[in-house]
Ligand binder design. Sequence first.
Ligand SMILES: C[S@@+](CC[C@H](N)C(=O)[O-])C[C@H]1O[C@@H](n2cnc3c(N)ncnc32)[C@H](O)[C@@H]1O
Length: 270
Amino acid sequence: MVSSGRMKLLRWAGSKSQSEHSIVPHLDFSREYIEPFCGSASFFFTNAPKRAKLNDYNSNLIDFYRRIVTRARSVWKIYNALQTDQSTYYSVREEYNLLSPCVRKAALFLYLNHYCFNGIYRTNQKGLFNTPFGSHSENKRKMGLKEIRDYSSIAKTADFFSKDFEDFLDMVKPEGACIYMDPPYFTRDARVFGEYGSSVFQNTDLKRLKSVVERWSKHNRVVVSYRRCSEFQELFSDTIVATTEVTRNVGGFSGRRKRDAEFIAVAGPI
Ligand SMILES: C[S@@+](CC[C@H](N)C(=O)[O-])C[C@H]1O[C@@H](n2cnc3c(N)ncnc32)[C@H](O)[C@@H]1O
């Protein structure tokens, strides 16, 4: 297990690291742990279940995880050699966008995540990463080799996938697992669209989420966390067990933060 005082492997918009106390009691890490929208997989890394399957639509994120499993030291050496000033950041960003998946790209992914604005993975319409430099980044310390190795040894227990959440579950066909679903929020606010690259969660995806939860909760415990809103309440009313407070950035890029509420829904056998 990686201790809570350690630097996080990744910063991620919507990371659940602040909501551990309210969501984790509903999860069962003695079962296989499955996260179809894993992002920074904060619960996975802090609770280190013995078996896990992690999925995210962002293929560069998943490639990064796979590389730290097999090439942690090489990833760290490239990452550690980079300066943390603004002009280095922009030349790294340019190089990152030119590379196909490889160890160097994974190292640049880690660097950009640590030194970009708010850990947001924003892409333009061509799919190129375009998050600006973070204003307080220059003084931020680098992650050490031991830390990355600790994360690497936890990541070794997981299988990684990069698919749409529904296709992923249809492919792995879980049985007796604990599935934690933390999708992006459906929103009519266009400014939030860039937070996870081009993958935007629509109202139709929320209905799709509902039918996916119904299908897989017959033989698995399924926990969903979602922004408190009428659309979710109507669809999931029979499974909502709690409401919790979270802190989020307003509009992703504005840098303002506000308190917000989230529903927790639990479906399937205890
Ligand atoms: C709220 S974040 C998950 C945060 C995560 N629980 C954590 O602790 O960091 C939602 C994630 O869903 C991913 N995503 C968006 N649409 C998706 C889809 N259709 N299928 C799978 N993943 C998707 C995004 O790339 C993003 O990483």
